[in-house]
Design a protein around this ligand. Sequence first.
Ligand SMILES: C[S@@+](CC[C@H](N)C(=O)[O-])C[C@H]1O[C@@H](n2cnc3c(N)ncnc32)[C@H](O)[C@@H]1O
Length: 345
Amino acid sequence: MRKEDVNMYSISNRRYTGSKYKLLDWIEKLILENCEGDSFFDVFAGTGVVSAHMSKHYKKVIMNDFLYSNEIIYKAFFGNGEFDKAVIEKYREQFRKINPNRLKDNYFSENFGGKYFSNNDAKIIGKIREKIKKSKRSLSDREYCILLASLVYSMDKVANTVGHYDAYRKIKNIDDKFVYELINPEKPSDKFSIYRMDANQLVRKVKADIAFIDPPYNSRQYSRFYHILENIVQWKKPKLEGTALKPQAENMSEYCRSDAPEVFADLIKNIDVKYIVVTYNNTYNSKSSSSRNKITLEQIKDILSAKGKTTIYEKRHQCFNAGKTEFDNHKEFVFITKVGEDDGK
Ligand SMILES: C[S@@+](CC[C@H](N)C(=O)[O-])C[C@H]1O[C@@H](n2cnc3c(N)ncnc32)[C@H](O)[C@@H]1O
């Protein structure tokens, strides 16, 4: 690694609800001890840290998430397209020279300035997004994704939030903090297949040896939590509403609704793999209704057992907590199902 690469973002440098970053070693050990195969399918990949960590063990890795911002991040880090490092570094230098005092307000600063970012930072972020859009034709696909994912990481780092965009902190004067820094992409490779699809549709198309399944389990919708990242990546400049400045709802997950058990059962019924690895935590006893689980541990166990021999592993874990929720005895579970093997019931 060169000296100037030290500050570049790696894939885990993001705040993300439900990220399994802290559980990676445990998950890796369980999978290596209990599952065999050449291909790994991360059905609800989120940040992508699980795929990134597990990829060294497999010939093929399939990553999926229905958020646009996650897809851009996977393509930036793991795409098979070529990129010229000198080109992306030239853009980094150009973006860093942007002087907000010489900029007019733009869509981003008009909506988010003085709220999620300082007004100067919001002006710079909006300007960089326009520049990336205008440069798209002269960039390779991979370079475009790298520049955009780098913007997502750089803005997420300084956002005036507790880690998601459901609300911003009520502060009078937000400091100017934004620095455009690049992500550190992998060399082009055909190892990764990247999808942005509804998981239940995708499992009908894709086959693999091991599936890793980490869906949302409560009513908090990821597309609402990360609406600003979705907005900057899609850049359709929608009309925004409410104090949190969200656009019209899209990509609302059935896993966050009361029919989640049926949707999960449909996923498991239709998935074509040899091993199924499911993560789960026991927040369904929580006092706050938004963090109460839509599927119970028993339901997961029954659904998986119908597919094959299922073993449950558990571990205590410090969870995401915005201050309201109290979890007694918070535990993380991993279910591993050997598909087709009789559960002995
Ligand atoms: C708990 S997070 C996954 C976290 C991930 N394992 C990690 O370590 O970063 C669940 C993810 O599922 C995605 N998601 C929710 N419903 C989905 C659906 N129906 N199809 C595809 N992705 C979905 C969300 O966008 C979110 O990123």
